[in-house]
Design a protein around this ligand. Structure first.
Ligand code: G4P
Length: 536
């Protein structure tokens, strides 16, 4: 089979949701349908129910480097599906955001009782920045939830996406009868059952078929009215709009009861995009002509002292990867080969001989990778579209053991390369502020600095609102910022200027007084001059 044909078989995606909406349950059910696992209960939630760092560290130690749920690869109907896992805990949201740079589409799970939640909004913002195609799965229809029309209104308003329901529920909670597939005119009957994997489906001639009335009585009238309304409100489904991230098809179901999941998976296989060419600092990288290339989007370190290795997760963007072949590490300008590249199939990890664009492989790493690093057949380019997002919690790093200064420097440098936190420095590096998305990260950093690098530190509160990257045309534009706000100015690891605002008010003032400067909430890893999201 040609390289291109192999690539076109790949569908690489992530399931995203606010914690508890049903991401783990849906993942498991998708694996059950595909035959990748045989019994329910095989997929462990990566949620950390308690927020104590010790729990997290224990879990991480147990998971070790063999964390099999990072990527789940399975075959279904001749497609190779790569499902990338995203951390459930919001303190590790940055990891999730980065994972979204490695997928070609997402399934967004919404709890029909709760509707749009905090994490849903943040995750969708990231998807919109990248025009990622989205399929929406409204879950837990076996519960009394929000009225479907009102719920879809809420989704459209809060998430700024255009929706198109492909199915529609009849009843909800105790009166839930099932869902009608609007395009196939078929009805899937709901049975509360955690084991059954096939839906009971009956095909009708149209929504006006009298058989519907014979089956559901007045329910059929409500269903018809609802669907007429839906057809009136929402534009027809258009696969090109979906692929451009402009329209999101919607399904209803109950993952716990295996309901609506097969329909979701079958539609996913039909419409979800396979890998497409990606933009780089050298222009568009085509799937086949450019040979092999890929980038690192996640680095997973082993906390088990007996196995101190790290795995760099590489998303292949073009061509074919081969074991033991030399590839060009663009940032280090070095040739590297990988004797033990790993793939993840179901629950187990295995060494692979080759992999294609769309696949995610794990590369054993002894410290040569940073987030955003690119490997190629020889060309020197970096992939675009791998953003860093503004941290939200800041603490100043203090060395508590002056004899271990070098160890601390090395440790902080490595952990921030992994993307665990962001490092901002001032006064030629003498003052260090660490920024994270969630406070749990500080405990993880402290633990790892001590156990892996033998360095001791403490974190001093540094109450701030956001870190914004400062973009300007020429030096004069930042003259007043440099003199009046010098206390708030730092450099990130790549020597980009960063303004750490104490509050929204102080940010507004800085913006007002420095009209030629842009303050950005996110930045590209590989090129400061690329499109960046300006602070609202
Ligand atoms: P997450 O990964 O998005 O955080 O969610 P997860 O799948 O762990 O599901 C969160 C809770 O919601 C679980 O219950 C799960 O059983 C339940 N759930 C998922 N899908 C459905 C559904 O379709 N209907 C109903 N009624 N519940 C659903 P839990 O009590 O927190 O955990 P567990 O003890 O059942 O594992």
């Amino acid at each position: 089979m040609s390289i291109l044909k192999n690539i076109q078989k790949r569908k690489t995606f992530a399931i995203i949701s606010h914690p508890d909406a049903g991401k783990t349950t849906l993942t498991e059910k998708l694996l059950l349908y595909s035959g990748a696992i045989q019994i329910a209960g095989a997929v462990k939630s990566n949620k950390i129910k308690k927020t104590a760092a010790s729990d997290f560290l224990e879990i991480e130690k147990q998971r070790g480097i063999s964390v099999a749920t990072s990527v789940l690869s399975f075959e279904y109907k001749n497609a190779i599906i790569n499902l990338l896992d995203t951390p459930g805990h919001k303190d590790f949201a940055e990891d999730t955001y980065r994972t979204l740079t490695a997928v070609d589409s997402v399934i967004l799970v919404i709890d029909c009782v709760k509707g749009v939640e905090e994490q849903t909004e943040k995750l969708m913002q990231v998807c919109r920045m990248r025009n990622t195609p989205v399929i929406v799965f409204i879950n837990k229809l076996d519960r009394e939830g929000k009225d479907p029309i009102a719920l879809l209104d809420e989704l459209e308003n809060k998430l700024s996406i255009n929706l198109r329901p492909l199915s529609w529920p009849l009843g909800m909670g105790t009166t839930f009868k099932g869902v009608y597939n609007i395009y196939k005119n078929s009805f899937a009957f709901f049975h509360s059952n955690k084991q059954q994997v096939e839906d009971e489906i009956r095909v009708f001639n149209s929504i006006d078929d009298p058989e519907l009335f014979n089956t559901f009585g007045d329910g059929a009238i409500k269903l018809k009215n609802d669907i007429d309304l839906v057809d009136g409100i929402y534009e027809d489904f258009d696969i090109n709009k979906y692929k451009a991230g402009l329209q999101a098809p919607v399904f209803f179901g109950s993952a716990l009861n295996n309901f609506g999941v097969k329909e979701l998976l079958d539609t996913f296989i039909e419409i979800a995009p396979s890998p497409i060419p990606r933009e780089s600092t050298n222009g568009t990288i085509h799937l086949e002509e450019n040979g092999f290339s890929g980038f690192v989007f996640k680095i997973h370190a082993n906390l088990d002292p007996k196995h101190r290795d790290r795995i760099a997760f590489l998303r292949i963007c073009s061509g074919k990867f081969e074991r033991n072949k030399f590839y060009h590490h663009v940032r280090l300008k070095r040739q590297i080969k990988f004797p033990n590249p790993a793939s993840f199939m179901g629950q187990s990890k295995s060494v692979i001989d080759d992999a294609y664009a769309g696949d995610v492989i794990g590369l054993y790493d002894s410290g040569s990778f940073k987030i955003g690093d690119t490997l190629t057949d020889g060309d020197a380019f970096m992939f675009k579209g791998i953003p860093s997002f503004s941290s939200e919690i800041f603490r100043e790093l203090r060395n508590t053991d002056p004899f271990k200064t070098k160890q601390l420097e090395k440790g902080i440098s490595q952990l921030t390369d992994e993307g665990l936190a962001q490092l901002f420095t001032q006064n030629y590096g003498n003052r260090k502020v660490i920024g994270v998305v969630g406070p749990l990260q500080f405990d993880v950093i402290k633990f790892r600095l001590l156990h892996e690098f033998g360095a001791n530190c403490e974190f001093i509160n540094y109450p701030s609102y956001k870190a914004c990257w400062v973009k300007y045309e020429n030096k004069d534009d930042i003259a007043s910022l440099m003199s009046l706000w010098s206390n708030n100015l730092f450099y990130d690891k790549n020597k980009n200027l960063v303004y750490i605002a104490e509050s929204q008010y102080s940010l507004d003032r800085a913006k007002e007084k420095n009209p030629k400067v842009q303050f950005l909430f996110s930045i590209e890893h590989n090129d400061l001059t690329l499109e960046m999201e300006e602070v609202a």
